[in-house]
Ligand binder design. Sequence first.
Ligand code: C2O
Ligand code: CU
Ligand code: CU
Length: 484
Amino acid sequence: SMGAMGMQHRMPMMGQSTDKLAGPTALASGATLRQLPRLANQSKQPGQFRATLTAQPRSVALLANPTGPATEMWLYNEDTVAPLIDVFEGDRIEITFVNHLPQPSTIHWHGLPVPSDQDGNPDAMVEPGGTRIYTFTLPLGSSGTYWYHPHPHRLSSEQVFRGLAGPIIVRAKNDPLATYPERHLFISDLKLLADGVIPPNTMMDWMNGREGQYVLLNGQHQPRIQLNGNERWRIWNACNARYVRLSLNSHTFSQVGTDGGLLTHAVHDLKDIVLAPAERAELIVSAPPQPTSFLLTAAPYDRKKMTMGHGSPSDDPTIVLAQIKTSNAQPLHLPDRLRDIAPLDKPTATKKIVFSEKMNMLAMGMNHDGFPSGMEFLLNGRSFAMGRIDQESRKDEVELWEIVNHSDMDHPFHIHGAQFQIVEREHKGQITPEPILAWKDTANVRPDETVRLKIVQTLTGKRMYHCHILEHEDLGMMGIVNVV
Ligand code: C2O
Ligand code: CU
Ligand code: CU
């Protein structure tokens, strides 16, 4: 473990360190925010959703200069943003995955309670040229905002930063906010060189997680949004490693949902909201009384990372995500109660997961296979091993998971198979009970912090838990819990 290091002189050569990043205007901006493309349902049968997702390299004109070179992205189906899977609780889902990538892959249904053998785990790879069908039924109570992405061991970060990640909405049949017009903001970031190439990870990308210089909404750079009356915004942070502190200049908004669906009641007058990688939120955003315009920005969030001697994360600039124009202010009357969330029972078993990292300055460098040496990202002192079971849980038993961060960086903890409830956070002896009861599948853990959460797995089988900075996951910050 280590803090900021004054050791640029020892930094190994990285290969692409001289390649030029594309500048701030290399991508066009200012177009109207597009709606997410939708994955069409091929089934005529009520209650059934059947479709195909093909992962494939595609050459895309991203650069604003129309004669500039094309960019090779890896996409689900054809569009630069993967299609929205928009379904209902109770639906039977059947998705055929066709892998036209040059690498093995899987599709993981992030946050959804699907059987473990349908969850795109890294032990069930679909080889290049291969096909498989994922099937599962969405249980009642599973309405919420989820996403899908590849989960092959060691290759997830690359597959996601090349473009493979898509949104899922599961709707309840009686949704108290169904009358609000919805807007979907699927946030990703893109690292692009001036010649249009998406470069491989550098050593620093591996260490801190990769952050692209462009932050995109629905695949668009700084689009325009016409905010009309009161809108329900669903927001996904699908970035590999970027934390976003969203704000609307000084305009306030209400939060009505988290990863796993609606809160019990709205939280009003928020000025900003931080989404760690993989987190989602549902907001109600209202046009102010007088028509106006303002920006949707990602202000710096001081996540701890390695700085190699120059700069610090708090020097990060505020990034403009979108320009907003408002119209048609309407009074906002949200229902008092959005839904019931029963607090999970008293836990009868405990798990402790410790994040740590080991940096070996003298061995640090890049290998020929594109992976770094000299850095280890560990859970409970060990790196991921495919055949090893790290934890055992009993089906239907409420457990307390204590996530301890002994590293010098923030790490977003994520577990498959079930939504959890955060109980409290402890930092240097100071305990803060979680202010709101909510369903979550991802929780950030600050350095020196412990997050305690309650979880119950209702399906048997092997489940992954890991840091959702995808570079850390790929480098071994992942474990397996076997639910029996
Ligand atoms: Cu979103 Cu195991 O991942
Ligand atoms: Cu997941
Ligand atoms: Cu991490």
